[in-house]
Design a protein. Structure first.
Length: 508
């Protein structure tokens, strides 16, 4: 009998300690959303609260009262954030989501009160955005590559309204987060960030770490508004042990999306932002179900280190997903250019890049931007029988003279590609299903011949994998001699447009 009493006492003690630990990991926080007129981050006398701003903990969504006050529950390892309307922002934070409150996992007791000082901004009915995939720096050398290639473009004063970094800011080197953050804070427009699988802590994104994504960049789940567009940012990197992960959206995030969308008018354009493509996310149907009736939904993702377009459908909703490629390309490898920066050409044949989106009240369009390339370089046009080195490349040596292969950066199966010769009639190009990109084929063969990599360079490990972005056309015989001009145009119903030109000469 005594033995059973002792077991019962141990059981009660365990329940008590479990409840106590649970209580220590959950707090109720009060706060105020106010207009920070002098931008000092403190609610000074006379700075009034802003009513009915949505507040969330990544699960629940509630509205601040008429004085801007709110009270919400928060669990350790999560964040509280305002869902910014299109006429308010956090001017004090150049990386906006870093201004959200994150309760870390390092034993602190958490804040007693959390306030958000907002600033009025002009409503941009038409605006542009840079969608930037996988910077993925792993050391100071790669930070230098970024600072001398991507950053000069983003530093231009006439750049887009804001930047969206789509995850894998670092390559498992979490101590680089403060440096990457400081570099982002130099940019002339505000930025938003997404967490990637190489941004997570060794075991979980919630364990104790001196450096972590959340400590540097605040929340990894949030939403905001710009113009007539509602952006939803999700962390779909679902950790499974020290290194393993799977693409998945947590139950709490699904509840967040459901609660958030109740406050979003049906006429508002929805843009989903995450790292792993929805096409590779195990429970993407559960998310698409929440979007029923929303029409054309855009999804922006990274992760794949190549450009892809995917299409997912639900009840009265179709999700157009752009996998944006990587600004680091194929992980900073390949032969260096004259500035000492690796070419890092991607497997699909796309050079290192990002995409520029232009939003209006009714929709959007988008275009490819090659890093270090003129904005007009949106495709590669190759013509058989001109380059003398093609005879040494397995995939090219037997192509008939006058065959054209066009790699259109960002195109999909629904893209229409056409070309014309010497300003003549437009000719429809044929989609190629089993074609290796010309430049990929060239580098791959130079690898096999031990020409690449040259000294001080790293091998670009291309596989014999076809590209989804290639169209072809056979030149009429009369255009296989002399000097001519090829003009190519590509477009589709999803807002994609690209164009290119090339002159060529066939020796008689």
């Amino acid at each position: 009998m005594k033995r059973y009493i002792n077991i019962y006492i141990v059981f009660l003690f365990a329940c008590f300690m479990s409840t106590r630990c649970l209580a220590q990991d959950i707090v109720w926080l009060e706060g105020c959303v106010y207009e920070d007129s002098n931008q000092n981050g403190i609610q000074d006398k006379g700075e009034k609260g802003i009513p009915e701003i949505p507040i969330s903990n990544g699960d629940t969504v509630l509205l601040a009262d008429k004085r801007g006050h709110f009270r919400i529950k928060l669990s350790k390892g999560n964040s509280i954030f305002p869902i910014l309307p299109n006429n308010w922002t956090l001017l004090s934070n150049q990386i906006v989501n870093s201004g959200f409150y994150y309760w870390n996992n390092q034993g602190d007791a958490g804040a007693q009160q959390v306030n958000f000082g907002l600033n009025k901004k002009k409503v941009n009915k038409h605006f542009s955005m840079n969608a930037i995939g996988d910077v993925q720096v792993g050391n100071s050398q790669e930070l230098d590559y970024v600072s001398r290639s991507l950053w000069p473009e983003l530093l231009q004063a006439d750049s887009s309204s804001f930047n969206l970094f789509l995850g894998d800011l670092v390559n498992n080197k979490l101590n680089l987060f403060p440096v990457v953050k400081q570099m982002m804070e130099l940019l002339p427009v505000q930025s938003w960030t997404v967490i990637g699988n190489h941004d997570r802590d060794a075991d979980s994104i919630r364990i104790n770490q001196t450096f972590s994504y959340n400590t540097a960049f605040g929340s990894d789940t949030y939403a905001f508004n710009e113009g007539n567009v509602h952006f939803i940012v999700l962390n779909n990197v679902y950790g499974k042990g020290a290194r393993s992960y799977v693409g998945k959206i947590s139950d709490s995030q699904l509840r967040f999306v459901s609660n958030d969308l109740r406050l979003v008018p049906k006429s508002t354009q929805i843009v989903l932002c995450m790292h792993i493509p929805l096409a590779h996310t195990t429970n993407s149907p559960a998310l698409i179900e929440l979007l029923e009736g929303r029409g054309n939904v855009l999804a922006l993702t990274g992760h794949m280190h190549q450009v892809e377009r995917n299409f997912l459908y639900g009840q009265d909703v179709y999700v157009h997903e752009l996998v944006t490629g990587a600004s680091c390309g194929f992980w900073w490898v390949g032969e260096k250019n004259w500035e000492g920066i690796p070419s890092a050409l991607m497997q699909c044949g796309t050079p290192r890049n990002y995409f520029v989106f232009d939003f209006t009240e009714k929709g959007y369009s988008f275009r490819y931007k090659g890093i270090g390339m003129d904005a007009s370089r949106q495709m590669n046009i190759w013509i058989a029988g001109i380059d003398s080195t093609d005879v040494y490349i397995d995939e090219l040596r037997n192509k008939p003279q006058g065959e054209i292969l066009v790699t259109v950066y960002g195109a999909s199966d629904s893209t229409v590609v056409r070309c014309r010769l010497d300003n003549g009639e437009w000719l429809l190009c044929e989609k190629k299903q089993e074609e290796l990109d010309v430049n990929v084929a060239r580098v791959r063969n130079w690898n096999l011949l031990k020409i690449f990599p040259t000294r001080f360079n790293r091998r670009n490990p291309f596989r014999k994998q076809s590209s989804p972005q290639i169209w072809g056309l056979q030149l009429p015989k009369e255009y296989c001699e002399g000097v001519h001009l090829i003009t190519v145009e590509a477009s589709d119903r999803w807002g994609f447009k690209a164009s290119g030109e090339r002159s060529y000469y066939y020796q008689r």
